[in-house]
Design a protein around this ligand. Structure first.
Ligand code: HEM
Length: 415
């Protein structure tokens, strides 16, 4: 049997030892009390059963799962359970860089990294600062805002638009497509399929036009660089370019939006550290790192075993789905002393796993990191005494997690 022929076994973790802890990852309760649920399970075992497969909980085992070549990204197979095996969404997942493995994947990463360089990412810092100030200017006098709609959502849209060279007037529809596409990572894929696919087809058509325009007249932006990139005669095809650009657009927005909302929510619970960040901005790099560790926006990118595997006494048949749980691994006491303590000055001996690990390590990690750093440095100064102004609404049943609504207030007089 080749790896391509393996499909996820139906029944999630059925067949595994029933004494292993069980996490009901599909229930709203799980999202609300995720860290407590992980702590209870991970104190007992490095692995838990879930309705969709296994969840790896300890740092060492999550890292093993991310790096072992007998596992591949679940990718489009995540759609099978929702009855989707063809059509635009299926093709989009199949064509994504994250669905490629081995040399096909390494080739794409090599070509992309020639265009998506550290220099290009660094050049976006002024745009990040001006965008942060611009968005804040719109609500700062009010002394309150809905943080997601008024900051966390529009900020990454503007940054990725700057990176790709997308005009301001397209922000709104761009953001709407990304919002609809994010439903493909949740538990309502089947019922939301028409909406998701409509957004995808619009995004594909938009990106096709952009690619034609940049091929004709290159600009100083990432799309023009991707179109031109070449390594020893090898270039990205039009289909590869479309798949890449659409995934960059999507990957850059929803995740970063949720991570910023997680950051604000975390600092609201730790007002002394918010004050400290405003007074001592030299901590901003470790503050961003600590937020990513403590309240990650991603639950992890699921894997599928491509052969029978024995690991730590557990027999894992081919076709098993496993989640490398970043929220659990990032709070492993074997790696992080006092893991449930949020500390913006924490020294990270090991990298947190919010961006995954191994060959598929997040392509946009450095962009996301500096987006969060630049935003936090300004927000902590301009939104003093940040506090909750009502209950946050957390997203439920999705691999990309965080508050969907976060009403906040702050001291407008000094803002
Ligand atoms: C805080 C924000 C972000 C989080 C939490 C995040 C998280 C992740 C995770 C968990 C993975 C899978 C890693 C693995 O399977 O080992 C991933 C992959 C990826 N991310 Fe991100 N990401 C973020 C921001 C971004 C941004 C800003 C971009 C684009 C500019 C981006 C583009 C990608 C791409 C293209 C992949 C697939 C890489 C591959 O398969 O080789 N991400 N991300």
């Amino acid at each position: 049997m080749t790896t391509q022929e393996i499909t996820p076994a139906a029944g999630g973790s059925a067949g595994f030892d029933e004494t292993l802890p069980f996490l009901d990852t599909l229930s709203p309760e799980y999202d609300r009390h995720l860290h407590a649920a992980h702590r209870t399970a991970s104190d007992r075992s490095w692995v838990a059963r879930t309705p969709v497969g296994l969840a790896f909980l300890h740092y060492e085992d999550v890292l093993w799962l991310l790096r072992d070549k007998r596992w591949r990204e679940l990718g489009a197979d995540a759609l099978v359970a929702a009855g989707i095996t063809d059509g635009p969404l299926w093709t989009w997942f199949k064509d994504q860089i994250s669905s490629k493995e081995g040399e096909d994947h390494a080739r794409l990463r090599r070509l992309v990294s020639r265009a998506f360089t550290p220099r290009r990412v660094e050049s976006l810092r002024p745009l990040m600062r001006s965008t942060t100030h611009d968005l804040l200017d719109r609500f700062v006098d009010r002394g309150s805002c809905e943080f997601v709609a008024e900051f966390a959502a529009p900020y990454p849209v503007r940054v990725i638009s700057g990176l790709l060279g997308i005009p301001d007037e397209d922000f709104e529809r761009f953001h709407a497509w990304s919002r609809d596409l994010s439903l493909a990572y949740g538990s309502r894929i089947a019922s939301e399929r028409p909406r998701i696919e409509a957004a995808l087809l619009s995004l594909n058509a938009y990106v096709d036009d952009l690619l034609v325009a940049r091929a004709k007249s290159p600009q100083d932006d990432l799309i023009s660089d991707l179109v031109a990139v070449e390594e020893e005669g090898d270039r990205l095809s039009r289909d590869e370019l479309r798949a890449l650009v659409t995934v960059l657009i999507f990957g850059a927005q929803d995740t970063t939006q949720c991570q910023l909302a997680c950051a604000a929510h975390t600092f609201i619970q730790h007002p002394d550290q918010w004050d400290r960040l405003a007074r001592e901005p030299e901590w901003v790099v470790s503050a961003a790192e600590e937020v990513l560790r403590y309240e990650p926006a991603g639950s992890g990118s699921p894997r599928l075993s491509t052969e029978d595997i024995e690991y730590k006494g557990l027999s894992i048949p081919a076709g098993t789905v496993a989640l490398p749980s970043a929220p659990a691994a990032n709070r492993d006491p074997a790696v992080y002393p006092e893991p449930d303590r949020f500390d913006l000055t924490r020294k990270h001996a090991e990298p947190m796993l919010t961006f995954g690990g191994g060959a598929h390590y997040c392509l946009g990690a450095s962009l996301a990191r500096i987006e969060i750093q630049e935003a936090l440095a300004i927000l902590s100064v301009r939104l003093p005494r940040l506090a909750a102004d009502g209950e946050p609404e957390w997203r439920v049943g999705s691999l990309i997690r965080g508050p969907e609504r976060l009403p906040v207030r702050f001291d407008a007089a000094t803002a």
